[in-house]
Design a protein around this ligand. Structure first.
Ligand SMILES: NC(=O)c1ccc[n+]([C@@H]2O[C@H](COP(=O)([O-])OP(=O)(O)OC[C@H]3O[C@@H](n4cnc5c(N)ncnc54)[C@H](OP(=O)(O)O)[C@@H]3O)[C@@H](O)[C@H]2O)c1
Length: 221
């Protein structure tokens, strides 16, 4: 599959780009927002598309045209306010979903967040509520689309090497004090392994570190 990675300069996105570039079965187009990021990718022989999630659906459509799948792992990050959370995590994601539908790209993998499907989990958490609301409604838009979607809701992200052992479920039971964590590298591996695994199509699932091999866990969804 040829895959557009939106958020390609991010911590997960970068790892997805590298894995796809090294794969024998996939190829990649990296969506980045800065000229220097695009240049750096091109120098490594990686196709780059310069764009911005605050742009129009038709401009985003140009990025999506000609690929078989979209991976969306962008996010406004913790250093910006709720305004950017709304513009990137919610509207940015929904615009790319619309762009994919407009140009006929059916496969779409969205990185959401653990708890985004459960309103009760953010009630009373004023700081985080806008983030979870944005993720919740972006996920809903994708679920209500006709796309072959996969929504991955990882727990707390770690900058550690992959453990290659995960736990996934449509609703993972975890204690309030420990929502579970997962290395970003494992999230990237789950994304790449999901691309052509039909067991993950039209599914949304929680993801934390666990005891199962990635392929085995995904096949049980
Ligand atoms: N932190 C956690 O524990 C946690 C847990 C669960 C889920 N998540 C979610 O996981 C996802 C990926 O995480 P991560 O750590 O890989 O995030 P990250 O490193 O912050 O990457 C996000 C990427 O989005 C890009 N981006 C932001 N605004 C953009 C715009 N207007 N146009 C184009 N690109 C834009 C950024 O570009 P630049 O590089 O140019 O800034 C960045 O590369 C995020 O959606 C995050 O919310 C996080």
């Amino acid at each position: 599959m040829k895959v557009l990675v939106v958020g390609a300069n991010g911590k997960i996105g970068h790892q997805v780009v590298t894995m796809l570039e090294e794969s024998n079965t996939h190829s990649v187009r990296a969506f980045v927002r800065k000229e220097e990021q695009a240049e750096e990718l091109k120098q490594k022989g990686i196709e780059a598309h310069l764009g911005n999630l605050e742009g129009s659906v038709s401009d985003l459509g140009e990025a999506v045209k000609g690929v078989d799948a979209v991976v969306f792992s962008a996010g406004s990050g913790g250093s910006t306010g709720a305004d950017k959370t709304l513009l990137i995590d919610l509207d940015g994601a929904v615009k790319v979903i619309e762009a994919a539908q407009n140009v006929g790209v059916d496969r779409f993998i969205l990185v959401s967040a653990f708890g985004a499907n459960n309103r009760e989990s953010w009630i009373g958490n004023e700081d985080m509520a806008p983030y979870y609301v944005a993720k919740h409604y972006a996920d809903k838009a994708l679920e209500q689309s006709n796309l072959d979607y996969t929504i991955v809701r990882p727990g707390g992200l770690l900058d550690e090497p992959a453990k290659d052992k995960i736990k996934v479920a449509e609703n993972l039971e975890v204690s309030e004090s420990d929502e579970g964590t997962v290395p970003r590298e494992d999230v990237a591996k789950v994304i790449v392994a999901s691309l052509d695994n039909e067991k993950t199509y039209r599914k949304a699932f929680d993801l934390v570190s666990g005891e199962q091999a990635i392929e085995e866990a995904l096949n049980q969804l």
